[in-house]
Structure formats: C-alpha cells, structure tokens
Ligand binder design. Structure first.
Ligand code: ADP
Ligand code: MG
Ligand code: MG
Length: 875
C-alpha cells in the first residue's frame, strides 16, 4: 500500500486519499503554479493509525523517509543539515475543509545547530530566531501539549521589558532570550528537553496531526457540519517559504470574490513581514489586499492572474493562502471559499452568465437550508444592542414589539395595529389566535419542535423557545432575567435565527429576494419535476405563498378558522349541543363563516389546487382548560357570583370532563369526528363547494379538493367520500354551477400506509402527513419527546437526526414508499404528495423525489427552499 505521495503525484480528484488541502496542492503543482514542493501522507495512513491502537502503520516510516529524500533533492537542502537545513511545515488536511480545527506546525527542522547554520547562510539572525521561537511554541503546544499561554506570557514579558507593542519590534537579542526561556518552559512542563533531532520532531508532528483529527474542536465541528468521523486526516509536509524575512516579504489570504456579498472583486488581507497564522490570529491588524497593489504592484498583478486561473480551473470561488518571500510569490493553499447565502446565489448566477458553469451546476451550488437566512426580516447586522437572554433559535427572522403574556391580549392589541411579542412559558393550540397577531413568540420552555416552534415556523413568525433564563410571572405581568425586569408593554426584540432576546427596539432590514435569487429559482423551476405547494390557512398566507412561487396549497387546515375569537363561542355551542337540532343550529351559523374563509383562500390560489383538510383536532381543544374552569367556578361561588353564570360554567365543566381523553392525540379526532358527527364534515364540505360555486360564477378558477384526515380503513374513506360527493352534487344542483369534485385522504397512520391499495380505490390523492405518521410509527409524542428523551437518542447516536425535522427514511420512509406504490398500483391516476414539516426539509424532499411523489407542500416561507431542493433532487 502506498501511504505517501509527492505533490506532483497527486490530483484534485484524490481528495478522499490526500485530503482537500493535499489534493489541491497537488493539482496546483501540476498546473504549474508556484507551490513549494512537498508530500502528503494519506488519510488511509491516519485511519490505520487509529485502527492499530494509535500506532504508525507498517512501512509508513520508511516511505516517509524515502519521499523526504526526494523533497530534499527538489529543495536543494537537507533535513537536519548543519549548513543548509531543510525546514518544513507539517499541515493537517481532511477531505472536507475544517478551517483552524486541526493542527499545523511551521518551521520544523530547527534546532541549535540548524539554527546556527541558517543564520550564517541568510545573514539574518533576527529572522531565523523568529522562526525558531515560533516553532518551539507551536510544536510544544501541538505535540507536547504545553499550554499556549505559557509561551505568550514569556513573549509579552519580553515586549514589556523592551517597551514595545509588536513582535516585529523585537530584535535578535530579545528573540534569543525568548528561545532560551521557551526551552525552560518545555523542560519544566514536560520534564524533558525540547527535541533536537529533526526526524524525531517530524515523527512527533505527524503523529500529533493524526491525533488532531480527534481533538474536541474537530469533533464538534464535524458534528455541526455533518462530516463523518471515520474519514481521517491527511498530513502534508511542505518546504517552508518565509514571509517573515523582512519588508519585501509577507503573507495573506484572499477570496477571489467577496464571500459575504458575492461581488466579483478580490477580497482579502495580508501582513508584511509575517508568517502563516499571524493574519488570522489578529496579532497585528492586516492590510486590505487592495493595498498590495500599491506596495508590490508586480506581485499583485501576478496574484490576480493566479486567482483568475484558479477560478477558471476549479469553476468556483476560491479561498487562497499565499506567502511572499523576498519578492517571490508562493501559493500555499486553495479551496472553495465558504460564503453566505446571498453570496452563494450571486456567485452561482454570475458564473452561469460568465459561461463558467451551467444552470444545473448553479442549482447545486446553493445550499437550500441557507436560503432561510434570506426569507425573513432580520436584525440589521450593523446595529448595536443589548442581549438579555438566549434561547433556542426556533423560527428565523426578527421581531420587535411590546411584551404581552396572554394570547387574547396579543390578538386584541395586534388587531389594533400594535406590535407585540407574545411571551409564554409554552404555547398550546388555544394560543394560535394570539400568535397570528403577534410579531413573534418567546417561550421559556420547549424545544425546536415544540408547539410554539412548529406553529411559528408554519406562519413564518420569528420564535425563540426554551429560553429558560427568563422567569415569567403571569400574575404580576412581568418577566425577570438576570436581575432585569421586563413588564407588560415594555419593548423587546427577538432574533429567531440566533435565539437572542434583546431589550428595546432594534433596526430591522427586509428580506431580499434579489434579482439573482429570482433567476436562480426560475432555473430551479425549469429543472424540477415535483411541484411545490404551501401549507396555508388564510388568504394572506395563500397570497404570500404565491409570491414565493407556490403552485397550490397542499394543506389548508380548517381548525384555525374555528379558533378565532368571534367563532369560538359558536364552535363551543356546536360541541356542547345535546341534540342534533342544537348542533345543526350552531353549524348553520358556522357555515357562512367557513364559506367566507374558503372563498378567500380559493380566490388567492386561483388556478391552483387547494387541498382542504376537514376538521382534525380533538374537540376539547376548543373548550376551556378543565382545571382553570374548576378554579373559576370555585372563585365565582366564593364571591357570590351570578348563579346563572355558575350553572352555565358547571354545565360546561361537565362537558369538558366528558370529552376528556387520556391520550387525545390518539383519541376522538380527525375522521373519527366525521364518523360520529357527520353533520360537522357535511357543513365544511358544503362551505367549500358553495364558495367554489360563488367563485366560478365570478369567473374565478377555484380548484378545491377535500382532504379527509387520519383515515385508517378503506371503509372510513368510502363512507366519508360518498357523503362529500353527494353534498357537492347537491350544491351543483342548487347553484346550477358545475365544478370538478375531488376527494382524497391524508396517509398518516401506519395502517393507512399498509392498506394504501384498498384506500386508494376511494381516493383521488394521498397526502402523507408525516408529522403524525412519525409520531405513530415511532410511538413518540412530538410534544413530549424533545424535552424528555430525544436529546439522549441523538447524543447516544441511536438516531442520527431528529425524526420530526428530518424524515426517518429507514422507518417512516418505508411506509411512505410502500403507501405510494400500493396506492398507485390500485389507482394509477392517484396524485401523491407530502404535507408534514418534512415537506420543507431538503434531504426529505430528495427522498420524496426518489419515491416519485407529484408534489411537496411546506410552509410558505420554505417554498423557495423546496423549489431549490426539488431541483437539486432532479438534476
Ligand atoms: P489551516 O488548515 O488551519 O489553514 P494550514 O496548514 O493552511 O492550516 O497552515 C496555517 C498557516 O501556515 C497558513 O497561513 C499557511 O499559509 C501557513 N503555511 C503552511 N505551510 C507553509 C509553508 N510551507 N510555508 C509557509 N507558510 C506555510
Ligand atoms: Mg489554511
Ligand atoms: Mg395529522
């Protein structure tokens, strides 16, 4: 097995073996760029090092020595030579770049003897000693494990003694003293002298770089970025070039385009008379790269040409490290530059227009998840503000408004045009009307998939949740955090992208759907095969969804329409009805209201399908809380309240108790309600088709489809479908208007997925409700799992992702696939889509594409993300 490659033996596509840095150094060497010669030890060697209990694999040592000899030949210097020593850098470099996470050592090969030799050869004592002290410091820290600050203290003390501010102001004599003191530190801390033998130094450094693959920083970085733990790092050993030899030397980093805006202009920094990491370390403030044009015009021009060449070669924006030694330019690294979402979009679109890449490639260049940054109002990044607490970043965007602690209050003020932020320990479905009117939501309990978070994301409202530092006092109408008291009516801001809670108002900027963004999305639309719809319950949401490019509504929930304050009493009347007549009387009042709702939504979505789901939640959600009601009655009795009111409340309490369920999510809800109370669904279906008839008369192309939730058996759907079709036909007769009648079902219970062939006989479409399907397949309650045990499942790697965010392809996904296939077999015309939260999550969207779905449906704010992700899945 070959463990060591010279740069000239490698290529860009050998990243797996040589790591990103090594592969690119090889590529640049072979296209003739000025790269100091070097060699790369493979990632395989690193993996074997770990596999063998942290021992070098057989043969590595010999091979390294052999290749080092070739390096010596190319450099015309000898490792450890007393007169003309070869110095090298030992650099980590994994397949995926992990900037600054692993270790690098510069100037390796220096000892007392080679140091002296170099001084004589260069006649530059200060420079050699500067290298030496840097080397001892880096090596001792990385290989010997001596704390960095112990050396910094020595350096600072010397600067103080001398009365200077910068390292560059220290002379050779100072540096000699520092080197001596550094060696004392090493002896004291490790009990051994600093290693003099260059070969020992090299082996130590290589082992340390292997080891840095598993340092804490690297582990955390991999986790955050989804990089597998078993790739290993390569080790690059490269001839040193020196940016610290004097004022005709320097070092720097540049991006070929602006990584924050995407502007096509070189963007970077450099330092004169400095080495490697001085630029990032912030020891001195670097100069902008434009200054290099004045200071070293020829080098600048040469660098510009190389940047252009590298961009054309890699067809991507590059992040380049360079060093200038005595007026000669060297390139030390290139990689695809990291960039913000706006930059990613602009660069991708510009590069298509420059003819560098094609549209497909441009689509793949932008991370769909990143777009989230662009689709919400956010805090002006240049503003100053005081952060008082931090919670979970549950729904991006920024909100600013007066604090209110109660959903009714939020609704009241919101409707008057007052900007409010709803602050609760947690939210429940009864708070929806308040959330609708609030700018944003802050909760002190609950995780990223808590009710507040899910609802807020659905509405595109900023939300910070699980902010445990804030202590809410509902009675006193204030909350405290770290000694600060915030009262009802005080203004706060929240940033749902970072989780920050801020005192006072912060300037905001609007989301920017730039021209380039539109263009990129239009290319995505050309390439994708699934259509993208939105989950929307109001005409406003529907209109916004259209703006973002939704081609229909995949889930229109009707329960939110029941929650509005003016309707709740009527809804309650319907629920409390003892007889069919009573219930019909209440339903008759609800009918025109629902008809109005559907009229608005269908009109906003004219020409596109709207899947309207009939009533889904358990009825108790529309009734007051049992305990609160009991307390209220007790209070009324104590204070001699109106006996009539007390009697009414007691009646209500009785009903609430009757409706109580031990497990409401598996209880009397969804089409179970439709079975028990056919008149409720009948009213909703009538409202839908009366609105349709009205619109058709007005010349509007209304396309409603009726969606039955929670079906578990073909017989259920057959019965409910018959009823819906019959009512639709009645409405056609009554109004004389004809329209298409479509009835379909949610597939959200395992039994439905398994019997999808039987169910499909009565369905025009399937909509996979993967939120409930995940709950019922895993047996996890979404509202409880996250706070109680899901974190343990993720930490212990039982699950790799939160299944409520990323579709569990191996389990829930199998049901989805089976349901789709069975359904299509029985009914080839069946339309299939998804309407769970997963419909807006890129990896789940790719899965839906593979399964062959016709559409995905997600919250309006995620529609652009889904358009892009669907296109990526298709190319
Ligand atoms: P990282 O992956 O953290 O960027 P690098 O291996 O790129 O680490 O090295 C850190 C710094 O040292 C960079 O600024 C790089 O340019 C510089 N450097 C690395 N090797 C050499 C070398 N052979 N000669 C001069 N400078 C070097
Ligand atoms: Mg680097
Ligand atoms: Mg459901």
């Amino acid at each position: 097995k070959k463990y060591v490659y010279l740069f000239k033996e490698g290529k860009a596509d050998m990243r797996d073996l040589l790591g990103g840095k090594g592969a690119n150094l090889a590529e640049m060497t072979n296209i003739g760029l000025p790269v100091p010669p070097g060699l790369t030890i493979t990632t395989e060697a690193c993996n074997e090092y770990y596999a063998q209990g942290k021992k070098w694999p057989e043969g590595l040592e010999e091979e390294l020595k052999e290749k080092l000899a070739s390096l010596e030949e190319m450099a015309g210097k000898k490792f450890g030579d007393a007169k003309n020593p070869l110095l090298v850098s030992v650099r980590s470099g994994a397949k995926f770049s992990m900037p600054g996470m692993m270790d690098t050592i510069l100037n390796l090969g220096l000892n007392e003897q080679t140091c002296q030799g170099m001084i004589e050869a260069t006649q530059n004592e200060r420079f050699v000693l500067d290298c030496y002290r840097r080397f001892i410091q880096m090596y001792s820290n990385v290989v010997l494990g001596v704390d960095h600050y112990k050396f910094e203290n020595v350096l600072e003390a010397q600067k103080e003694k001398k009365g200077v501010q910068y390292d560059t102001e220290l002379d050779a004599e100072d540096l000699r003293a520092i080197v001596a003191e550094y060696k004392n530190v090493v002896l004291r801390e490790t009990g051994k002298p600093f290693p003099e033998d260059p070969m020992e130094q090299l082996f130590g450094a290589v082992t340390a770089v292997f080891g840095s693959w598993n340092n804490q920083r690297a582990i955390v970085y991999r986790k955050l970025n989804g990089i597998p733990d078993d790739l290993g790092t390569a080790v690059n050993v490269q001839l040193m070039v020196f940016g610290n030899m004097g004022n005709d030397c320097g070092t720097g980093v540049a991006f070929t385009r602006n990584p924050s805006t995407g502007e096509k202009k070189l963007y970077g920094e450099y330092l004169i008379n400095a080495q490697g990491e001085d630029v990032v370390a912030g020891i001195r403030t670097p100069q902008p790269i434009s200054k290099l044009e004045e200071e070293m015009p020829e080098i600048y021009q040469q660098f510009l040409d190389i940047c252009k060449l590298l961009e054309n070669h890699y067809k991507n924006m590059q992040d380049i490290e360079f060093t200038i030694e005595r007026g000669k330019l060297y390139i030390l690294q290139t990689r695809h530059g990291k960039r913000t979402a706006p930059a990613a979009i602009k660069i991708a679109v510009d590069m298509v227009e420059e003819g560098l890449i094609d549209k497909k490639e441009a689509i793949l260049r932008v991370e769909p998840g990143q777009l989230d940054q662009l689709l919400h109002r956010r805090i002006d990044p240049n503003a100053k503000f005081e952060v008082i607490a931090k919670g979970l970043p549950a729904s991006p965007g920024a909100a600013c408004g007066q604090v209110v602690f109660d959903a009714d209050e939020a609704e009241k003020l919101g409707q008057q045009g007052v900007k409010v932020v709803l602050v609760r320990t947690e939210t429940t479905p009864d708070d929806i009307h308040g959330i609708v009117e609030a700018q944003g939501v802050l909760t002190s309990r609950g995780g990223m998939t808590s009710h507040a978070a899910v609802v807020a994301r659905g509405m595109g409202k900023p939300c910070v949740c699980g902010c445990e530092a804030i202590k809410i006092n509902y009675e006193g109408k204030y909350f405290t955090v770290d000694g600060v008291t915030v009262k009802e009516g005080d203004v706060i801001s929240i940033d749902g992208a970072t989780g920050q809670v801020i005192l006072g108002e912060v300037p905001m900027i609007d989301p920017e759907i730039s021209g380039e963004f539109q263009k990129l999305l239009s290319w995505a639309d050309e390439l994708r095969t699934m259509s993208v719809r939105a989950n929307a319950d109001t005409p406003e949401d529907a209109a916004r969804a259209r703006e973002f490019g939704a081609e229909g509504i995949g889930l229109c929930r009707t329960e939110h329409m029941f929650m509005a304050q003016d309707r709740l009493p009527v809804v309650q009347q319907m629920i409390l009805a003892e007889t069919l007549e009573e219930r019909n009387a209440a339903l008759e009042k609800l009918l025109p209201m629902q008809q109005g709702d559907f009229y608005g939504i269908l009109k906003a979505m004219a020409g596109f399908p709207v899947y309207i789901r009939l009533l889904d939640p358990p009825l108790h959600e529309f009734l007051p809380n049992q305990e609160e009601l009991a307390v209220e009655i007790a209070e009324l009795k104590c204070t001699n309240g109106d006996p009539k009111v007390i009697a009414e409340k007691e009646e209500l309490l009785k009903k609430v108790r009757q409706l109580h369920e031990f497990n409401p999510m598996l209880g009397h809800r969804g089409c179970r309600l439709g079975v028990t109370f056919p008149e409720i669904y009948a009213m909703q279906v009538r409202a839908i088709y009366q609105a349709t008839a009205q619109l058709v008369k007005e010349g509007v192309d209304a396309k409603p489809e009726v969606m039955i939730p929670l079906v578990i058996h073909a017989n259920e759907l057959r019965m409910l479908r018959e009823q819906a079709v019959e009512i639709a036909k009645q409405v056609q007769e009554e109004t004389g208007v004809t329209f298409d009648i479509h009835v379909g079902t949610m597939i959200e219970m395992p039994r439905a997925a398994v019997t999808a062939d039987e169910i499909a006989e009565f369905a025009d479409f399937f909509s996979f409700g993967t939120n409930d399907l995940t709950q019922t397949t895993l047996g996890f309650s979404r509202d409880d799992a996250e706070g109680k045990f899901l974190q343990d499942y993720l930490a212990k790697k039982i699950l790799t992702d939160n299944p409520f965010i990323v579709l569990d392809q191996g389990g829930v996904g199998k049901l989805v696939k089976m349901g789709t296939e069975l359904g299509r077999q029985a009914n080839p015309k069946l339309k299939v889509g998804i309407c769970g939260e997963h419909g807006g999550e890129p990896s789940s969207i790719a899965f839906c594409h593979r399964v062959g779905m016709d559409y995905v449906s997600c919250s309006p704010f995620r529609v652009p993300i889904a358009r892009l992700a669907a296109a990526q899945a298709a190319v």
